[in-house]
Design a protein around this ligand. Structure first.
Ligand code: TXA
Ligand code: MG
Length: 364
């Protein structure tokens, strides 16, 4: 039924090992246009094409660089996306008119079954509304896209929880465009000249950048997020001052902290949600987006999220939190002026007071 829907040009949300995708026939421009409309995604941000098997690559690209074979052998099926030259059959709007196309072979059995049954390449971005946290359960998809998608396949929670790593093989040397499920360290084994940007790539809005999809605001919950950097004791100290200030203004704080730091925050007037143990980045990654959505459902106005180490999956976790925070980083180790810091937040935080019943989050 889902495969028939894809063949008929409809939209099918399906599970992958990374996050849920919102799929349509990649060879049908009208079907692909429905993806952009359903997600309210700018047409300048290209989509990833999913294949059942690496042997189907020639359906979507005319030019397969030799390194693709080695990458595919090692990382497919799995959370790695390769940007290569676009073949003539792929609908141009998949690639936002570029002459390149992003492709991956997902590892999830339901995704594989869907791709095999429809025998078509499926274009699929994450199945969330544009700029919202990516969906890692079918319930997240429903929350964002109810009424905008024809079928949702429920394959349970995603195991990786973060999107695929995207690398551009059309540039020399190849460039890591988005850290993700395959850690950069592993890619360097196969691609020793891979350029791994030291800081998150950031594109200006509307910019036809070489790295589309790198907008600063991305993966964001409704609450305002701030990334809290620094050692545990300093972070606790700063968080306490912020929580007290917000409380005095009638606003609610959420804290997203590694499990081992959670006890430090007991007793504060804040919703404390564990990120998972910082020694287990697989667990942190798996539930990261679900945790952001959970804090939203608790109705907090501001989320202070602790920064994690950048090694391994940590690079992707950091990237997602940085974008959820729209680049707001607070270094707890640096001198801290609460009033000045407050002025860096959206205006609702400065004016709110206990007499005003509505929260800053609703007014912003
Ligand atoms: O794990 C994933 O990759 C998930 C699942 C559903 O496969 N998909 C996903 O898609 O995250 P999306 O659309 O949310 O992110 C695709 C990223 C964007 O940053 C986009 O700009 C980039 O891939 N991308 C797609 N085509 C590209 C191209 N031709 N050149 C450069 N970047 C491209
Ligand atoms: Mg996305």
């Amino acid at each position: 039924m889902a495969a028939a829907a894809i063949r008929a040009g409809q939209l099918v949300a399906f599970p992958t090992e990374t996050v849920y995708g919102l799929g349509a026939n990649a060879l049908d421009a009208a079907a692909v246009a429905r993806i952009f409309a359903a997600k309210q995604r700018p047409s300048t941000d290209p989509l990833i094409v999913h294949l059942a098997d690496a042997s189907h690559l020639e359906r979507i690209t005319a030019d397969i660089p030799p390194v693709v074979e080695r990458l595919a052998e090692r990382f497919w099926p799995g959370p790695l996306t390769l940007v290569v030259r676009r073949g003539a059959h792929v609908a141009p709007n998949v690639s936002s008119g570029r002459d390149t196309v992003a492709v991956r072979v997902p590892a999830h059995p339901v995704a594989h079954a869907l791709l095999a049954a429809c025998d078509l390449p499926i274009a699929a971005p994450s199945a969330n509304l544009f700029s919202r946290p990516s969906p890692t359960t079918a319930q997240h998809v429903l929350a964002d896209l109810d009424g905008r998608v024809d079928i949702i396949l429920d394959g349970g929670p995603a195991t990786i929880g973060l999107e695929s790593t995207v690398i551009d093989l059309t540039q020399t040397p190849p460039v890591l465009l988005r850290p993700g499920g395959v850690p950069a360290e592993l890619l360097l084994d196969v691609l020793p000249d891979l350029r791994v940007p030291a800081a998150p790539l950031i594109a200006a809005e509307g910019e036809a950048a070489s790295s589309p999809g790198t907008l600063l605001k991305h993966y964001a919950p409704h609450a305002t997020v701030v990334l809290l950097r620094g050692d545990a004791a300093a972070a606790r100290h700063v968080a306490q001052a912020i929580v007290a200030l917000l409380h005095s203004k009638g606003l609610r704080a959420g804290l997203l902290v590694p499990d081992e730091e959670s006890p430090l925050y007991a007793g504060l007037q804040a919703e404390v949600v564990g990120l998972g143990p910082s020694a287990d980045l697989l667990a942190v990654a798996r539930y990261l987006f679900a945790r952001l959505r959970e804090l939203d459902s608790l109705g907090v106005d501001l989320i202070l999220a602790r920064e994690v180490d950048a090694a391994g999956l940590g690079l992707a976790i950091r990237d997602r939190l940085f974008r959820a925070a729209e680049g707001r980083v607070l270094d707890a180790g640096a001198p801290f002026d609460l009033a000045r810091w407050l002025a860096t937040l959206p205006p609702g935080f400065a004016v709110a007071n206990p007499q005003q019943e509505c929260s800053a989050r609703r007014r912003i």
